[in-house]
Design a protein around this ligand. Structure first.
Ligand SMILES: [Zn+2]
Ligand SMILES: [Zn+2]
Length: 81
């Protein structure tokens, strides 16, 4: 099951489960702005591609809650051009 991490690794923006976000195969999670402008669609941690994170239906979030562990690694992210 996806962790549904709560924030962007680059800019620490909140990414609630209904918000658009992008993830790699290891679930490194980024907001759309960082994924496009800073990362050009490539995960800085593993070099894999970033894909849109599926939205978990709201009725399932109580039973399958999103992760609350924030991961913020700005050092791995190129600064905005
Ligand atoms: Zn971001
Ligand atoms: Zn990755």
């Amino acid at each position: 099951m996806l962790e549904l991490r709560p924030n962007c690794e680059c800019c620490d923006r909140d990414l609630p489960p209904g918000a658009p976000a992008l993830i790699c195969t290891f679930e490194c999670t980024f907001c759309p702005d960082c994924a496009r402008d800073r990362l050009a669609g490539v995960c800085p941690n593993c070099g894999g591609n970033l894909s849109p994170r599926p939205i978990r239906p709201a009725r399932l979030l109580a039973k399958y809650p999103p992760s609350r562990q924030r991961i913020h690694k700005p050092g791995g992210c190129p600064s905005a051009a």
